[in-house]
Ligand binder design. Structure first.
Ligand code: F6P
Length: 325
């Protein structure tokens, strides 16, 4: 029987992580299960950075961005000798199951630990990148899209006044999920993503020129993992080739990871947290939990890691059509 579960947040933080921790703790409390919070992700597991989480201690944080448990990326965890230390610390703390909030890197670490030491793990997709296979949404994604939308709307005002061609860099590491959604909701005339390569800079210039015939101010959402290189160099090149235009860039950066979680992220966090507790007590194979077509689903953790989540090509195509004419 599971008496105590551990919970940690790992990788880049995502708005809604706190809401999810709260949900796990309170769902567990109802089932008489104790929850240990592990601070600083897998690194904290190596250093026994344990804290007790009670239903009261997770109050007043549903609406707060970031993660009260802190987070980081832990290189040591890739080595078995460190995972053994982590496992011993879990045993010392009487933790019989682990809930991990993070992205694919965090899921990899959790999955290996689970296989090596037969400890049940549930991975809750929590990354603004939304690149985890097995869930339509990961915690934090919707808030990040909202943040980008608010920022780009403001840039749009000045871009339109000055008739500027604006490159706006968004996060997403090597995936374009965030950029596609952002491009749709901001009416971006062009979306550049790693999954759809643009031949070269001249090809890009031609594309922009075509749009420029009808529109003087242009918003280009540029996913950070794109193949054409750093945004400042691209901007410089386009400016050189389009001398009569005003070409600028803006990197939104870590603002995209902060802020109070939006309604959808709060709801997803509550559901994913609650059902993770329900699942972990079965002590079955390690899984990732997700939301597909509005329903909570489970998938083998290893399968999720090994499968690439495809971008929404249809949304990309439709966006290109309706944001231009
Ligand atoms: O995975 C989340 C993410 O925000 C990516 O979109 C981005 O590439 C990366 O983390 C940035 O990480 P860091 O804050 O460690 O530079």
């Amino acid at each position: 029987m599971i008496k105590r579960i551990g919970i940690l947040t790992s990788g880049g933080d995502a708005p809604g992580m706190n809401a999810c921790i709260r949900s796990v703790v309170r769902a567990a409390y109802k089932k008489n299960i104790y929850v240990t919070g592990i601070e600083y992700g897998f690194k904290g597991l190596l250093n026994s950075n344990f804290i007790n989480l009670s239903p009261e201690s997770v109050g007043n944080m549903l609406h707060k961005g970031g993660t009260i448990l802190k987070t980081n990326r832990c290189e040591e965890f890739k080595q078995k000798k460190y995972r053994k230390i982590a496992y011993n610390n879990l045993i010392k703390e009487n933790i019989d199951g682990l809930i991990v909030l993070g992205g694919d890197g965090s899921f990899k670490g959790a999955s290996i630990l689970s296989k090596e030491f037969k400890i049940p793990v549930i991975g809750i997709p929590s990354t603004i990148d939304n690149d985890i296979y097995g869930s339509d949404y990961s915690i934090g994604f919707n808030t990040a899209v909202q943040t980008i939308m608010d920022s780009v709307d403001k840039i749009r005002d000045t871009a339109s006044s000055h008739e500027t061609i604006f490159f706006i860099e968004v996060m997403g590491r090597n995936s374009g999920h965030l950029a596609i959604h952002a491009g749709n909701v901001t009416g971006a005339e062009l979306i550049m993503i790693p999954e759809i390569k643009i031949k070269n800079l001249d090809f890009l210039v031609n594309k922009i020129r075509k749009i420029n015939i009808k529109k003087k101010s242009i918003i280009i959402i540029y996913a950070e993992g794109c193949n054409l290189g750093p945004i400042d160099k691209i901007t410089e090149y386009v400016q050189k080739r389009m001398k009569n235009s005003n070409v600028r860039f803006s990197i939104l950066g870590h603002i995209q990871r902060g802020g109070s979680p939006c309604e959808k992220d709060r709801i997803n966090s509550s559901l994913l947290g609650y059902y993770s507790v329900n699942e972990i007590i079965k002590k079955g194979k390690s899984k990732m939990i997700g939301i597909i077509n509005g329903k909570v689903t489970f998938l083998d953790l290893e399968k999720s890691i090994k499968t690439k989540k495809e971008i929404n090509k249809n949304l990309f195509k439709i966006t290109e059509i309706i944001n231009n004419y």
